[in-house]
Write a protein of this length. Structure first.
Length: 273
């Protein structure tokens, strides 16, 4: 009678533990799958340890738990976790290096602005875009920049370029949010592209920048103060032309602005001819 009762009890425990293990594992998997903000490798670690603890619990209930087995299982889990963590950090490093290369590929080394490569790609994207929002394009050129380099030195000339770039990018993005981009083509030449129909707003912004640098000199590391101005040509891209034609028109306006005395922004669209 006692033997029969013990056998029944063992079979009951065995059935319960057989059911308990998959239920607990399924519950852990369900929780981890819906834990959206947790990184993958942390979920993976939790899953391994949860599986280990569930297995130990089941073996304990079945009276089959052995110390050597627990140590072996724990060491195996630790090895898997270390390997997975190492792989995860390697992938993160690879992604970071790729992101840095992509960033450097489209950024100007000196100023951090977008470069001509980014400009060329962005114009190709705009050419194929179905968005009907008008596109304004401006070319800006710092006046007498050669004199700045000759007078204050090339290193201080770079200080001027960086200061101008920061202020230009800040003001353009502040006024036009994400519907704009600022580029440096090299030297003292810059370009802005704005998806907006108000050329008067762009001209006002650029004129305000000219006034700002006329009254706020760039201070160099050696204590010198450099005042400067810039000239620009602003135009609207038209549907029946390429962006190269738009860019050429803006470039022509820059030369006209310089011939008229510099420190001015000229605007003209093709329909004004």
């Amino acid at each position: 009678m006692n033997t029969f009762t013990f056998s029944q009890r063992y079979q009951y425990i065995y059935r319960v533990t057989n059911l308990l293990e998959p239920v607990l594992i399924a519950a852990v998997c369900f929780i981890l799958l819906h834990w959206n903000k947790t990184p993958y490798y942390i979920k993976y670690t939790i899953a391994l340890y949860a599986n280990f603890l569930i297995h130990v619990l089941v073996l304990t209930l079945e009276h089959h738990l052995e110390f050597n087995f627990v140590i072996s299982l724990l060491l195996g889990n630790c090895f898997i976790i270390l390997t997975e963590t190492s792989r995860h950090h390697y992938e993160l490093k690879q992604k970071e290096e790729i992101a840095n290369l992509q960033y450097e590929n489209v950024r100007d080394d000196l100023t951090g602005l977008l470069n001509y490569r980014a400009f060329d790609q962005d114009l190709k994207n705009l050419s194929h875009a179905e968005d009907s929002t008008p596109v304004l394009l401006a070319i800006l050129d710092i006046d007498h920049f050669k004199n700045v380099n000759d007078t204050y030195g090339h290193l201080n000339g770079n200080v001027v370029l960086r200061a101008f770039s920061r202020k230009l990018e800040s003001e353009v993005h502040h006024n036009f949010d994400s519907n704009c981009a600022v580029y440096r083509f090299g030297g003292e030449e810059f370009t802005i592209v704005v998806k907006d129909d108000s050329y008067a707003k762009v001209i006002k912004l650029l004129n305000n920048l000219n006034e700002y640098f006329a009254s706020h000199p760039v201070k160099t590391p050696d204590g010198q103060q450099i005042y400067f101005s810039f000239s620009g040509g602003l135009t609207r891209h038209l549907e029946d032309e390429t962006f190269d034609q738009t860019l050429a028109r803006a470039d022509t306006l820059v030369y006209q602005a310089k011939n008229l005395g510099r420190r001015r922004i000229l605007y003209k669209s093709k329909t004004d001819d």
